[in-house]
Design a protein around this ligand. Structure first.
Ligand SMILES: Nc1ncnc2c1ncn2[C@@H]1O[C@H](COP(=O)(O)OP(=O)(O)OP(=O)(O)O)[C@@H](O)[C@H]1O
Length: 462
């Protein structure tokens, strides 16, 4: 027999229920109408209970008796009084609460990348996160990735009825990117767009969750997930024009030095974990090539395009040619006649979707201070020129967030960017830590899909 029926049986009489069921609508007048009645209620309860239960009620009163202290502003009896609700009512309340929690169960798919960061994702999840999520009502199916691309495959094929409340990624920005691309490549795009992505940081950097949600440790991430809520985020698309291939991102896209460092760092992933970026950066710095690009960008003009629409139709417009972003589609319907062209040597080209705050590092600088994850624009940073001295200056200035003051750095809010490597410049383009390799002389086209992403959790300040 359940605890509930054991406790309820002695008080099944309707008169008693009438006396003791707390009714918020009538509580004040009903309980305050008679001083006598108010004082006698606990005694009546004792009388109606069987002898054994009366004793246990008295003994356990500190554990299960609810005290309701109400201020009395209209009665002449007292200014404050205490109602004692008998213990069985308190138990019923607890039981009802747990019933309600049953209904609030959130079913999610957890995708865990055991190779992220220091390869500690398993430990992070099972030791620091799982119990918090379970206690807060998450029903989780955990799948560990077995190979690169597995997370994308899972997100593109999962039956949404098994995880209607989202997909939680345990790992770095790369696994989040795979999940995003898996979801946005699906035929049932409407449902896929509704599915939020949760992040438990266990990767090398996790800049996305740190910048957007202000979280950089797994315990805080679990708390944010438990608290619930969503954060809308712009998604950007990088299309390799010649091949018609589109890759989506949430953080940043880049060409030049940073893309080369990402590519080289993969060689040291197993040996160095997150330190691979430092070593690859040093090596690339010492063997710095010249990068030549042609860049076209369409600046954001606030007076003509203050806030882009963020409806699903907009997204479908842009994907209507089979996951390929249409050239003609502008966020505000402009025909695209105000493109600005830059051509020459660049140390780097960065297209940021949020202000990109690295989770590691001592000074915690930000790459694009004016960028917001939901502002409907991309922030373009062009580092003009070439040479180690210039790169060194940029890097040092960046540590103090002065890099945008340098005369060879151009910073502009844009709607779209087209990037074409020129001459012998390599043809890779990075998106959220992943490198998209292309053959020949490719053209990359970055455009924005405003507020089409949803992250699980909210920034503590919102
Ligand atoms: N089982 C696996 N074996 C090998 N590679 C994997 C496996 N599972 C996922 N990957 C790949 O690992 C890459 C990096 O993963 P992830 O981003 O989670 O960690 P990270 O690179 O350490 O962190 P960050 O991206 O934040 O720097 C992803 O591109 C993914 O494709």
């Amino acid at each position: 027999m359940s605890a509930r029926s054991l406790v309820r049986s002695p008080v099944s009489c309707s008169a008693v229920n009438e006396c003791f069921t707390y009714n918020s609508r009538r509580s004040r007048s009903f309980y305050q109408c008679s001083n006598t009645m108010k004082l006698q209620r606990p005694q009546v309860a004792q009388m109606l209970l069987p002898r054994k239960l009366r004793k246990s009620t008295r003994l356990q009163t500190s554990l299960f008796t609810q005290r309701r202290i109400s201020s009395n502003c209209c009665s002449d009896l007292s200014t404050t009084y205490t109602e004692e609700l008998p213990n069985y009512l308190a138990i019923n309340v607890l039981q009802d609460q747990s019933d309600a929690k049953q209904e609030n169960i959130r079913k999610v798919l957890v995708i865990l990348n055991p190779y992220s960061g220091f390869r500690s994702s398993r430990e992070v999840f099972y030791k620091k996160v799982q119990s918090t999520l379970k206690l807060s009502g998450f029903a989780m199916e955990v799948v560990e990735t077995a190979y690169a691309g597995h997370a994308k495959e899972l997100a593109s094929t999962v039956d949404f009825s098994t995880c209607p409340d989202g997909i939680i990624c345990v790992g770095g920005d790369g696994v989040v990117n795979e999940v995003l691309n898996g979801l946005l490549g699906r035929d049932d795009l409407n449902e896929a767009l509704q599915l939020p992505i949760g992040i438990v940081p266990a990767g090398s950097d996790n800049s996305l969750v740190w910048t957007v949600l202000g979280i950089r440790d797994p315990v805080s991430a679990a708390t944010a997930l438990a608290k619930g809520g969503f954060t809308p985020i712009d998604v950007f698309a990088v299309k390799w024009i010649q091949a018609g291939v589109t890759h989506f991102g949430l953080t940043a896209s880049y060409c030049g030095f940073v893309a080369d460092v990402i590519q080289l760092s993969e060689k040291f992933r197993l040996q160095l974990g997150p330190f691979r970026y430092v070593i690859a950066g040093l090596l690339k710095f010492l063997s710095l090539p010249q990068y030549r690009f042609e860049v076209d960008y369409m600046p954001l003009s606030p007076e003509r395009n203050p806030k882009p629409k963020s409806s699903n139709e907009n997204f479908h417009d842009q994907l209507s040619d089979g996951s390929k972003v249409k050239r003609s589609t502008q966020m505000d319907g402009n025909t695209g006649d105000n493109w600005v062209t830059r051509k020459g040597e660049f140390l780097g080209i960065l297209v940021c979707n949020h202000f990109c705050k690295p989770a590691q590092g001592l000074l915690s600088p930000v790459v694009a201070p004016k960028a917001q994850h939901d502002d409907g624009s991309l922030d373009l940073i062009l580092v003009h020129g070439s040479g180690r001295l210039r790169l060194f200056c940029f890097f040092v200035a960046y540590q103090f967030c002065w890099h945008l003051l340098l005369p060879f750095v151009e910073y502009v809010k844009v709607k779209e960017v087209k990037i074409r490597p020129v001459g012998s410049t390599h043809s890779g383009c990075g998106v959220d830590g992943e490198l998209l390799q292309a053959e020949g002389q490719p053209e990359w086209h970055c455009s924005l899909l405003p507020s089409q992403g949803r992250l699980l959790g909210r920034h503590p300040r919102t």
